[in-house]
Design a protein around this ligand. Structure first.
Ligand code: FDA
Length: 309
């Protein structure tokens, strides 16, 4: 892992740095590249614009590791409101949620209950609820949340991270559930005894897992979502799917708002399913630092905004 990535991921957990940077106008201007606004309405407007370009969306309210039960309840309420609004506007928009935003640090059972309410309502409205994967200390509990929800509902999606060694065997144990899986490389700072740290190794793992998803999941009742901006990964997914005789709409590419917009539009124009994940809310600091860590070249972008005053 590059030293800059390590510094940025370390910084993402610093409250002091968050206090310093979130006040600054130049940071806010740089953040605007990755999110259409802090309000839900901005994310819905962006969904409508993307719809006109042939793309669908996922909304996520920024935030993680809540420390009060009331906060977790409010987050669940917020997402229920999003589902209603999406339905009123007739948008093809799902939601993506972090377990610690819904209270996982405060207790498993209540978090599961909040998820049950959300997944039930989403099911009635024909929408999916995705469960993000956070750092490795949450993986067991996140998979257990998914298992329990999947027992009653098929509109729930689990994110798995290719950088973790364990993901290969996690996927094997999950396949019999015909799950919905979003495969990503992984965005946290994990030690080498549990995770690949070289990009080449993470990429290899992503490709192996892609093959399993396309060969063993799609076509057997499960759904595969590929959360990546990497042109190499995207073209490997396409080639493998073609080889397996899968139509373009048998799986989905997912990318983050503002990242490789050209590639998003091109894939959609080529007939692939493209869903853009739009983040909003005011708790954007750790999330923004993870985006910078993915591509430290984005720091020049921050610097340019700094120079603009
Ligand atoms: P990689 O980081 O190798 O980048 C490949 C290329 O993509 C770069 O060369 C550049 O061209 C472009 N690119 C990538 N990131 C960029 C950026 N920030 N700015 C500009 N260009 C960029 N992670 C996690 O741990 N848990 C989760 O739940 C999720 N959920 C999730 C959902 C969705 C829809 C997406 C797209 C991603 C996630 N992630 C995630 C993040 C994921 O783990 C990963 O960190 C990023 O997707 C970056 O990895 P890439 O596969 O894009 O490749």
């Amino acid at each position: 892992m590059g030293i800059m990535r390590e510094i940025l991921l370390h910084g993402s957990r610093s409250r002091w740095l968050a206090d310093q940077l979130t006040q600054r106008e130049f940071t806010r201007r740089a953040v605007a590249r990755f999110m259409p606004g802090e309000e839900m309405s901005a994310a819905l407007d962006a969904s409508e614009s993307l719809r006109q370009k042939g793309m669908t969306t996922i909304l996520t309210l920024l935030g993680e590791n809540v420390t009060e039960l009331e906060e977790a309840d409010a987050v669940a309420q917020h997402y229920l409101g999003v589902l209603e609004r999406v339905s009123e506007l007739k948008l093809d928009t799902d939601i993506s949620t972090k377990p610690t935003h819904l209270g996982l640090d405060l207790g498993f059972d209540q978090t599961l209950q909040r998820y049950r309410t959300l997944v039930q309502r989403a099911s009635e409205l024909g929408r999916l609820v995705a469960i993000d994967m956070e750092d490795s200390s949450y993986v067991d509990r996140t998979i257990e949340l998914f298992r329990q929800l999947r027992a009653d509902h098929d509109n729930v999606v689990l994110c798995l991270q290719a950088y973790l060694y364990r993901t290969t065997s996690d996927l094997v144990t999950l396949l019999p559930l015909s799950p919905g899986i979003r495969l990503v490389k992984g965005a946290y700072n994990e030690p080498r005894n549990i995770a690949y740290r070289r990009k080449a190794d993470v990429d290899e793992s992503f490709l192996r897992l892609t093959n399993s998803l396309l060969d063993e999941l799609v076509g057997n009742g499960g759904q595969a979502f590929f959360g990546t901006h990497d042109p190499r990964m995207i073209s490997a997914v396409r080639q493998r799917a073609e080889k397996a005789g899968l139509p373009k709409d048998a799986y989905e590419f997912q990318m983050l708002y503002g990242i490789r917009r050209d590639a998003q539009a091109q894939l959609a124009a080529d007939g692939y399913r493209v869903r853009v994940l739009i983040s909003y809310g005011n708790a954007w600091f750790p999330w923004f630092m993870r985006r910078l860590a993915e591509r430290p070249a984005n720091l020049t972008f921050l610097a340019r905004n700094l120079l603009r005053g």
